[in-house]
Write a protein that binds this ligand. Structure first.
Ligand code: FAD
Length: 483
């Protein structure tokens, strides 16, 4: 086969294998890459900034992460002997071009589970196979693929506890594989874009200074897991709800981008527990959170309309309120409820928010302001470094009460009581809401009850609550009862 590369040279067919990276930005425990390496054929690693219509584009914080993660991946691949090719465009067209330019005869990738990605991948696979290009896909991002865990009637689970019980039964032998020792380089690899030309890092303004604590990439992911297993996991069960303490793994963006896979997390955690380095109960609790990630992916796979539609259709007639001012106050962390505002400001500054606080701010938006959960999901999508379709949509619907195994609609978090329970000394609030630093502990979650303290030492006045908790609660309950 004669092929033409971008410099215009005509080269003999290379028999190269394209590894199409997506949410698997790692070299270890990456079945598509391993398969390519084991074939002994030249490997062309490819990342496409995909513009396929219907595939949800990444938000700003995710693009920031992607920028750094691709830099790290490119370095790791280079060390193995292969150059990462970057391309932007509609994935099917880009693949066609790269195949034509390189003469590759095989394309490998790891699977994704949202409908738009699956439709795209199925169409690409069918078209390539028709043209005689070998095409294979693998599982890199889940412990159990969604179609493998079903109940006794062959139906997917809708409730987490039985789902996780059944899922664990499949996990008697979880094996994560290492990185390939070497990749055969391809001398037919086509040109790629320069990462800097994609402009993923924000400028004018650069709002990412607060993201500096993150280390995107495979090494950063393993460093996080190691540090977590050496420290915070001991006490995870008790402390994971306390936002003022660094008690959780912060692995979510690394898992989302596939810089570390759940098999690797599972093995490292189970091994540490088996060797007596960490308590078994804490390991189980931590792994059950990985289980929620699995559950949400399973729900999204079986109910693909979840990102736009209520899982429970009775919620379709919920009387949402359109209130741009309230929505803006929520986004900016100016609701007058300290725990809500602290969370929203942590999100804006760092691209992350503690899980307990995510639940509180989501409940506040949906129930106190009666703003559609889809507005909150969209804001999180743009601002979270771990923005993940399955987890974001699953958790927003969980909070709204409209999702699978959801929190009951009548559970309306009281933002004052939640703050007092989970941030009793106000450490978290003081960190993110500097106006309240001088407030005494007993009123830090209800500063309006001690207005004098607001001016004493405070740089500027902190807003009063934009809604009254008791009235908002009553209004929400009435709306829910009307369904
Ligand atoms: P850890 O407590 O260390 O947990 C380990 C891992 O388990 C996490 O990294 C994550 O992959 C998984 N996990 C933990 N909690 C959950 C959960 N409730 N649902 C699903 N997986 C979980 N998580 C995302 O990864 N992406 C999102 O877009 C996202 N949006 C959310 C929106 C709302 C409204 C809420 C309430 C939660 C959301 N979560 C999301 C879940 C959760 O808040 C984060 O996964 C968690 O805070 C990440 O912190 P961690 O890695 O320190 O978690």
């Amino acid at each position: 086969m004669q092929v033409r590369n971008d410099s215009g040279d005509s080269k003999a067919g290379s028999d190269a294998v394209i590894v199409w990276f997506r949410k698997d930005l790692r070299i270890a425990d990456n079945p598509a890459l391993r398969h390519a390496a084991e074939s002994g054929r030249p490997v062309i690693p490819l990342y496409i900034l995909d513009e396929t219509p219907g595939v949800r584009p990444m938000g700003g914080a995710s693009l920031w992460w992607l920028d750094k993660s691709l830099t790290s991946l490119a370095e790791r691949l280079e060390a193995l002997g292969a150059k990462l090719i970057l391309r932007k465009g509609v994935a099917a067209q880009v693949l066609d071009e790269v195949i034509a330019q390189s003469g590759a005869t095989c394309v490998l990738w790891n699977r994704l589970y949202d409908q738009a990605s699956m439709d795209r991948d199925a169409a690409i696979k069918a078209a390539l196979k028709d043209r005689g290009v070998d095409c294979q896909s693998f599982n890199a991002s889940l412990l159990n693929e969604p179609w493998t865990v079903k109940n006794g009637s062959g139906q997917p689970y809708k409730v987490f506890t039985p789902y996780w019980r059944a899922a664990r039964e499949h996990l008697t032998r979880v094996e994560a594989t290492g990185a390939p020792g070497r990749l055969a380089p391809s001398d037919c690899a086509p040109h790629g874009d320069r990462l800097a030309d994609w402009g993923l890092h924000p400028t004018k303004p650069d709002w990412s200074q607060g993201f500096a604590a993150w280390t995107p990439g495979e090494m950063g992911a393993h460093a996080r897991l190691d540090a977590f297993l050496k420290g915070p996991i001991d006490g995870y069960g008790d402390q994971r709800d306390v936002p003022g303490v660094e008690a959780t793994s912060k692995l979510s963006p690394h898992l989302h981008f596939g810089e570390i896979g759940p098999r690797q997390v599972w093995m490292a955690t189970r091994n540490a527990a088996d060797q007596g380095d960490i308590p078994v109960a804490e390991a189980d609790k931590f792994l059950s959170e990985i289980g929620w990630r699995e559950f949400n992916h399973s729900i999204l796979f079986h109910w693909p309309q979840m990102p736009s539609r209520n899982f429970k259709p009775e919620f379709d007639s919920f009387p949402w309120i359109k209130d741009e001012r309230a929505l803006e106050a929520w986004k900016k962390g100016q609701t007058g409820y300290p725990i809500v505002d602290a969370g929203m400001r942590e999100l804006w500054t760092t691209g992350f928010m503690h899980n307990r606080v995510r639940m509180i701010v989501a409940s506040f938006l949906i129930k106190h302001l009666m703003i559609d959960w889809r507005e909150g999901e969209a804001w999180f999508w743009d601002t979270l470094v771990d923005a993940d379709l399955a987890n974001n949509v699953g958790n927003w619907q969980w909070t709204a009460g409209s999702g699978a195994d959801a929190s009951p609609y009548f559970r309306i978090f009281n933002p004052i009581a939640q703050g007092e329970k989970f941030d009793p000394k106000g450490d978290y609030v003081r960190r993110w809401v500097p106006e309240l630093r001088s407030m005494p502990d007993e009123v830090i979650h209800k500063p309006w009850t001690k207005p004098l303290h607001l001016t004493a030492g405070a740089k500027r006045l902190y807003s009063r609550p934009i809604v009254d908790h008791a009235k908002a609660r009553e209004r929400a309950l009435e709306a829910y009862h009307s369904l």
